[in-house]
Each structure stands twice: as structure tokens, then as C-alpha cells.
Ligand binder design. Structure first.
Ligand SMILES: *Cc1c(COP(=O)(O)O)cnc(C)c1O
Length: 341
């Protein structure tokens, strides 16, 4: 069976770099939304705990329930239901959300400081704070998500300044012990100094990638996930000129072995474009290549090994598909077994 390996060393290496950018390990929250970016929700929760991290961020309440025992704090970005657990923190994304929560639930207010996606607008802040207060709700956090942390320019700093002003409004409204936070991976590494008095929410960097303009001088990180396929068959009687797979887009020419491996597009490994296959432009870490189109459950590779590592870094695939490493990783099926190495 195909499987995914998760490198503990690499995960810890990346987290150590984040650790150097904050005051205390308690200020790090690992972002585990969407099956921990395809790495496996519980697998990564376990490792983060082992590293000494107590805080996590997920998208759904159902995800929070799965990892509840690992963390003292779990921020839920888009809750689909409410359950009273003292380590769950629910995001208020709009004024309407404020009416959904009873008094005994931890809530955090998300403001839109320029991303124009989710969150209440700065103009609604005063109203929102008053509403929270008059309803007697338990406001425990206040945060934003920066739009352009990974792009060159001053926009990040404008957003941060804007957020700082809003923090003052919250403090002036007499809410105490509020967890203020704003930085994602790119924000963490763009900050020249250690980040003080703020929790950070680290996603992609913990998994070994940091996107952004090369002029930003981000550190080298180590990819954590590797995808492996298992041999389910071998093509016999190879002869130059034979054509392979649907449409026969590849032709045998000098390959000694060609085997079928049990990874296909149903596993979340997207169909490579024809020109990439024909010209053998996608290479595995052992410099093997795919022959013929990728099928739903399998692909052919010029190897006879029982197991083949299909990719170790999502960056090459992201380039081929004109997308980001986030998208390549998050699409990997949760049915594939994750193994910590
Ligand atoms: C996804 C997400 C993050 C993590 O972003 P990365 O770029 O992966 O570090 C942080 N905060 C919020 C609100 C998010 O939705």
C-alpha cells in the first residue's frame, strides 16, 4: 500500500527556527487545519505535543475534537457547531456570530485589517466590543490575518500598524487577558526581531515551505512529507516502441524496467500535463520518471523497486501546476497511511 512518511527531524528543525523568533514556546500555535495541510491531523498533533507545543489552530470543531487531548488551547477558525470544552476557542467572524454564543464559551474576535475576507471590519469594532460586553460573553482573543506578509513592500507594516491601533481599542474597552495575535509563517520570518507578547500561528513553514519573494531572504526549511507508492505490477517484455497507458503518450525507449505503482489521482496526486510526461520533466528523488498518463489509482514509473518515493518536496509539483505547495499537499488523500520516521 502507498504511504506518506512524516519526518520528525525535519518538523522539529522547522519548529526550532520558529522558536527562535518568539519569546517562549508557549507563544507558538501550530496550524493543523485541513488535515494538517495534508500531513495528517493526529500525526502532526502528536509531534507538536512531543516538541512541547500546547496550542493549535484548526478550521472545524470536528477537527478540534480529534486533537483535544493534545492541546490546552485550540483555536477554531470556522466552527460548524459549538461544544463547551475549556480548551476550545471559537472565532467570531462576523457581527452575526456574536449572537450564536452563550456566556460560558471562549470566543476570539477576528478583525479584517485589509485581507477583505473573513472577520469583522474595523468600522464595526466598537459596536462588536460593546455587543460582546453587553451580552457578557467571554472574549479571550483578538486577531487578524495579514494579506501580504509574503510580498515585498510596506503593505504588511501598514496592516500591522492598523492592527496595533485596534488593539488599543480593545484594551481601552476594559477587556483583560486577551490573546492578541496576527502573524502567520511569512509574518514570523519577516519580523526582524523576536516577536514579543504575541502568539504566532505557524502553518506552511512548520511543514518545510515558505513562500514569497526571494528578496525577503527567508530561511531554508526542510520539507516534512514524502509520498511513497508500492509496486503492484511490472511490465514484462519491454520493447522499444511500445506505447504506455491511456492514449499511449509515452513510448518505451531503452527502459530496463517499468512498474506500476499504487498512487493515482484519486490519492490526490494530480494528473501531470502531457508535455511534462512526454519530456520526462517530472523526476522522483531517485531520478525516475512517469510513463503514460496518471490513472485514477496507479501510475507507471521506470523502476523495479518494491517502493518508490514519488516526491519529497512539493515545490517542483507546485511549479509544474502553476500553484502553491499548500495546494499540492492539502489534496493528498487522508486515506493514505501516515508514518512518522
Ligand atoms: C491558514 C492560516 C494560518 C497559517 O498560515 P501559513 O501561511 O500557512 O503560516 C494562520 N492564520 C490563519 C487565520 C489561517 O487561516
Amino acid at each position: 500500500m502507498s504511504y506518506i512518511t512524516i519526518s520528525r527531524d525535519n518538523y522539529f528543525y522547522n519548529l526550532n527556527l520558529v522558536r527562535e523568533k518568539v519569546e517562549s514556546i508557549d507563544n507558538i500555535a501550530v496550524v493543523l487545519k485541513d488535515n494538517a495541510y495534508g500531513h495528517g491531523l493526529e500525526t502532526i498533533a502528536q509531534l507538536a505535543k512531543e516538541f512541547g507545543i500546547d496550542r493549535a489552530v484548526v478550521r472545524r470543531t470536528a477537527e478540534a475534537k480529534i486533537i483535544s487531548k493534545y492541546f490546552k488551547y485550540i483555536l477554531i477558525l470556522a466552527p460548524e457547531f459549538i461544544e463547551n470544552q475549556n480548551n476550545f476557542y471559537y472565532t467570531i467572524n462576523s457581527l452575526d456570530d456574536i449572537y450564536k454564543y452563550p456566556k460560558n464559551i471562549n470566543i476570539e474576535l477576528k478583525v479584517d485589517s485589509g485581507m477583505h475576507r473573513l472577520g469583522i471590519s474595523p468600522m464595526q469594532l466598537y459596536f462588536a466590543l460593546n455587543l460582546i460586553k453587553s451580552r457578557g460573553l467571554r472574549l479571550r482573543g483578538f486577531f487578524t490575518h495579514f494579506r501580504e506578509a509574503d510580498e515585498l513592500g510596506s503593505s504588511l507594516f501598514v496592516q500591522r500598524e492598523h492592527f496595533n491601533l485596534m488593539i488599543k481599542d480593545v484594551v481601552n474597552s476594559c477587556f483583560n487577558d486577551i490573546n492578541f495575535h496576527s502573524n502567520n509563517s511569512a509574518g514570523i520570518f519577516r519580523s526582524g526581531k523576536k516577536i514579543k507578547n504575541e502568539m504566532v500561528r505557524v502553518g506552511i513553514a512548520s511543514y518545510g515551505y515558505i513562500l514569497g519573494n526571494s528578496a525577503l531572504k527567508f530561511p531554508e526549511l526542510k520539507p516534512v512529507l514524502s509520498l511513497w507508492g508500492e509496486k503492484v505490477g511490472e511490465l514484462k517484455y519491454l520493447k522499444d516502441g511500445f506505447r504506455i497507458g491511456y492514449g499511449g503518450i509515452s513510448t518505451v525507449s531503452g527502459e530496463k524496467y517499468i512498474s506500476i505503482y499504487d498512487i493515482g489521482y484519486s490519492d490526490g496526486f494530480r494528473r501531470l500535463p502531457e508535455n511534462i510526461i512526454k519530456n520526462k520533466l517530472f523526476r522522483t528523488p531517485d531520478n525516475n520518471y512517469v510513463l503514460g498518463k496518471i490513472s485514477m489509482d496507479s501510475m507507471a514509473i521506470n523502476s523495479n523497486r518494491d517502493e518508490v518515493e514519488i516526491f519529497r518536496s512539493a515545490s517542483e509539483l507546485a511549479k509544474i501546476f502553476g500553484t502553491t505547495e499548500y495546494e499540492i499537499l492539502v489534496n493528498l488523500s487522508d486515506k493514505i497511511k501516515r508514518i512518522i520516521i
